[in-house]
Write a protein that binds this ligand. Structure first.
Ligand SMILES: CC(C)(COP(=O)(O)OP(=O)(O)OC[C@H]1O[C@@H](n2cnc3c(N)ncnc32)[C@H](O)[C@@H]1OP(=O)(O)O)[C@@H](O)C(=O)NCCC(=O)NCCS
Length: 175
């Protein structure tokens, strides 16, 4: 699971991806601090405590560096940037039952366009699990030699994963 590089000056347009979600009754927008407890709880239930920590950082930024997808009161997904490291995209996740409908793409593009607007020309997808997804949706390219530990060197709780690989049933396992 390497890091990947994205050309932020050459991104697909954001509006069609948002419009597609709007037509399905799904809102894609920046998170707001008061709803943090709801979103962190949801991320903890669906993903991992590591991602809860990163999303927490996203909510603390001004403006928040976390985007949400929701249908009414139902949280469907999230995407962060500038959390583990500056100019890094991730983590991101979509409710398993809602995957394959463009929610992940809309969240990814919303975050990458936001990174572009802060002045970056290139962005990094940190510890990219679904490499083919990032290649397909935004033309991201694997950064050679960036496999973990890479930019996450020394992170607590990951020694076994970095030396032995993630267990097959782990969300960290290569998909
Ligand atoms: C990766 C993830 C966010 C994608 O969300 P999604 O809403 O299913 O993505 P989309 O519907 O926008 O998919 C866009 C395209 O990528 C494809 N795609 C989605 N996930 C893919 C994967 N893991 N590998 C290859 N292609 C993938 C879809 O089939 C779709 O193709 P299409 O346009 O031809 O229909 C979601 O699968 C997820 O939450 N995975 C678990 C968490 C995770 O791995 N996060 C990434 C950490 S770096």
């Amino acid at each position: 699971m390497p890091d990947m590089l994205v050309k932020l000056y050459d991104l697909p347009e954001l509006e069609p991806a948002l419009a597609k979600q709007r037509d399905m009754g799904i809102t894609i927008r920046r998170g707001m601090a008061p709803e943090k407890f709801l979103v962190l709880d949801w991320i903890g239930q669906h993903f991992s405590e590591y991602w809860v920590s990163e999303a927490d950082v996203g909510f603390a930024a001004r403006p928040p560096t976390i985007f949400l997808a929701h249908r009414g009161e139902q949280i469907l997904g999230f995407a962060c940037y500038d959390t583990a490291h500056m100019n890094f995209f991730g983590p991101t996740g979509v409710d398993e039952a809602e995957r394959g409908r463009g929610i992940g793409t809309a969240l990814l593009l919303a975050a990458l366009h936001a990174m572009r607007e802060t002045g970056h020309m290139y962005g990094i997808i940190g510890w990219a699990g679904p490499v083919k997804y990032y290649e397909k949706v935004v033309g991201a390219e694997v950064i050679s030699g960036s496999e973990p530990p890479g930019s996450y060197r020394g992170m607590l709780g990951t020694h076994a994963i970095f030396t032995e690989g993630a267990p097959g049933d782990s969300f960290l396992h290569e998909r």
